[in-house]
Design a protein around this ligand. Structure first.
Ligand code: ADP
Length: 486
C-alpha cells in the first residue's frame, strides 16, 4: 500500500496547530506499520533548510503550472523526516517567499491563500505525474488540499498514474474561516468547469466557491479527528453550513481520534522539561517542573493550584468565558497561566487580565514549543473551554504528563476525558458554553486538589496510564485505506 500524505503543516518544519503534529506523527506511525508513505508540503520561507538538511531534489527541472492566465514555476526539495519518511517540499518564489504560513506577522490572512492552495494541490499532482509516483491513497487535509479530490475525479481522471488512486480527506477543523471560501470566478482559474457552479452543486456554496465542500463531495472517504466531532459536524450547530452535505455523505464519513507522538510528548523522555518523571515519580517530578515554570511566569506561590492554557488565541478556544469570570477566578487562590498567539483582541483581553490580577494571571503572548512542554509537565491542571474541538491535542498531552484536564465536553474533548466523579475519571467536564459552568468545574477540581490530594493524584495517574499512542489510530486509518482499495 502506497500513501501520499498531503498537508500544509508538518512538525518540526512548519506548525501552526494540531495539523502540524498530526502530519508528522501519523505518517511516522504508518511507516512503523510497514506502509510506504511520502509527505508533500509547501516550502515556506521560514523553514530552516540548513538546520533540517533539506536539499534540492536531484535532477529536477522546474516547470510551470497555470492558474488562470498566470504561470507559476514549481521547484522541488526533499528530506527524510526522522530518517524514515520521505518529505517532498514544493516551492514557488511568488507564493512562498514571505514570512508566515497562512498569515502575515500581524496575524492577517494572506489575500492570495486560495491561489496558494490551488497551486500546492495542483503542483503536488504534477510532481506525482512527472516522477511516476502511483499512490493507492492520497490523504489530503483540510481545505488547503481539499481540491485534490475534484482534481483527481474531474481533471486528472484519465491520467494513467492515478487510475487506481483513492482520495481521503481529513477535516481537522470545519470552522467557516478554514473552509477555503473564495469568489466563484476562481473555479475556472483553478481549472474546473463553471458548469458545476449550479445552485447546490459541488462547486457552489452560497454563490461562492468552497474548497472544503468540493473535497467532501468528491473524496472517496472523509474522516475527522474524533468520533464525536464526526457526529457533531452533521448538525447545524457545528456543521458551519456543511452539515447538510455531511449528512448526505454520512456513508463515507468516519471519526478517528488523533493520537500523540510518545517520542516527543513523554515526561520520562522529555529533554525540554526541567525534571523527567514517570508514573512512579509523578508527584516529585511535577513539583520540580512546577517550580521552574512559576519562575518563567514570574509567579511565586507553589502551593496554589496551577492551571495552564496553551492555545491559538481564536474565538474557537473559549477565551470569552475566561474574561467574564476573571474576578471570581482571582478570588480562588489559584494561578492561571496562558501561552498563546493569535487574534489581537484576545491578546489584549489576556494582557489586561494580567494587569488587573497579577497575583492570579500570567500570560505569554508567543509561540514557544519548549515552554509548552514545561507547562504540561509543571501544571496541576489544564483548561480547555473550547466552543468546539475537533480533537484537541493538549488534553491528550496533559493526560500523558499527569496534568488533570478541565474541559468542555465537546468533540474530541468529550471522547478523551472521563469526568469526575466516576471509577475511571481522568478530569473534569462541563457541557454548556457558559462561564459559570466552567467556573464550577474549576472549583470542583481545586476542591479535590486541596481537600483530597490522594484522589486528585489517582485521576492524574489514571490519565498517565491511558494509551493514546498514534499506533492505535494509525491502525484505524490502515483499516479504512484497505477497505477503499479492496
Ligand atoms: P488546534 O489544532 O486547534 O490549534 P490542538 O489542541 O489540536 O489545537 O493543537 C494545538 C497544538 O499547538 C498543540 O501541540 C499545542 O501545544 C500547540 N500550540 C498552540 N499554541 C502554542 C504556543 N503559543 N506555543 C507553543 N505551542 C502551541
Amino acid at each position: 500500500m502506497k500513501i501520499a500524505f498531503i498537508t500544509t503543516e508538518v512538525f518540526p518544519y512548519a506548525k501552526v496547530g494540531g495539523l502540524g503534529d498530526v502530519s508528522s506523527a501519523l505518517p511516522l506511525a504508518l511507516k512503523s506499520l510497514k506502509k510506504e508513505i511520502d509527505i508533500f508540503m509547501p516550502m515556506y520561507k521560514d523553514i530552516d533548510k540548513k538546520a533540517h538538511k533539506i536539499r534540492k531534489y536531484n535532477h529536477w527541472k522546474p516547470f510551470d503550472i497555470k492558474i488562470g492566465d498566470k504561470s507559476y514555476s514549481v521547484e522541488l526539495f526533499r528530506v527524510k523526516l526522522d530518517k524514515k519518511v520521505n518529505v517532498f517540499f514544493i516551492y514557488n518564489e511568488e507564493l512562498y517567499n514571505r514570512s508566515g504560513i497562512y498569515t502575515n506577522t500581524e496575524g492577517k490572512a494572506f489575500k492570495d491563500n486560495h491561489i496558494r492552495d490551488i497551486f500546492f494541490s495542483k503542483a503536488s499532482l504534477e510532481v506525482m505525474k512527472i516522477l511516476n509516483l502511483n499512490y493507492d491513497i492520497l490523504h489530503t487535509n483540510d481545505s488547503h488540499t481539499a481540491l485534490i479530490a475534484p482534481y483527481i475525479k474531474l481533471v486528472y481522471k484519465d491520467e494513467e498514474v492515478f487510475q487506481n488512486t483513492k482520495i481521503v480527506l481529513t477535516i481537522h477543523n470545519i470552522g467557516a474561516a478554514y473552509q477555503g471560501i473564495c469568489e466563484a470566478v476562481e473555479i475556472e482559474k483553478a481549472g474546473f468547469s463553471y458548469d458545476l457552479h449550479y445552485l447546490g452543486g459541488p462547486l457552489e456554496f452560497y454563490g461562492k466557491f468552497n474548497f472544503l465542500k468540493a473535497g467532501i463531495y468528491y473524496a472517496d472517504l472523509v474522516t475527522t479527528v474524533s468520533p464525536k466531532y464526526a457526529i457533531e459536524i452533521q448538525t447545524p450547530q457545528f456543521g458551519e453550513g456543511l452539515d447538510g452535505l455531511l449528512r448526505e455523505m454520512s456513508h463515507k464519513l468516519v471519526g478517528i481520534l488523533n493520537g500523540i507522538d510518545t517520542n516527543i510528548w513523554n515526561p520520562s523522555k522529555d529533554d525540554l522539561i526541567k525534571k523527567k518523571y514517570s508514573f512512579k515519580t509523578v508527584k516529585k517530578g511535577k513539583l520540580a517542573n512546577k517550580k521552574e515554570l512559576l519562575k518563567e511566569f514570574f509567579l511565586k506561590d507553589g502551593k496554589k493550584p496551577l492551571i495552564s492554557m496553551i492555545s491559538r488565541l481564536t474565538a474557537q478556544k473559549g477565551f470569552d468565558l475566561l474574561e467574564s469570570v476573571a474576578e471570581d477566578l482571582a478570588k480562588l487562590d489559584i494561578n492561571l497561566i496562558v501561552l498563546g498567539t493569535g487574534e489581537k483582541n484576545y491578546e489584549m483581553i489576556l494582557s489586561s487580565l494580567m494587569e488587573r490580577y497579577p497575583e492570579t494571571f500570567s500570560v505569554k503572548l508567543k509561540y514557544d514549543d519548549k515552554l509548552a512542554h514545561l507547562m504540561e509537565a509543571g501544571s496541576d491542571m489544564f483548561l480547555m473551554p473550547s466552543k468546539y474541538e475537533p480533537c484537541g491535542l493538549n488534553q491528550l498531552y496533559s493526560l500523558a504528563y499527569g496534568t488533570v484536564p478541565i474541559v468542555k465536553g465537546v468533540g474530541g474533548l468529550e471522547d478523551s476525558i472521563v469526568s469526575y466523579p466516576s471509577e475511571d475519571s481522568t478530569g473534569f467536564k462541563f457541557y454548556k458554553h457558559d462561564s459559570l459552568e466552567m467556573l464550577e468545574a474549576i472549583k470542583k477540581a481545586i476542591d479535590l486538589y486541596k481537600n483530597n490530594t490522594e484522589e486528585f493524584f489517582n485521576l492524574s495517574k489514571r490519565g498517565m496510564k491511558i494509551n493514546n499512542n498514534w499506533k492505535k489510530s494509525a491502525k484505524e486509518y490502515v483499516k479504512q485505506y484497505t477497505e477503499l482499495i479492496k
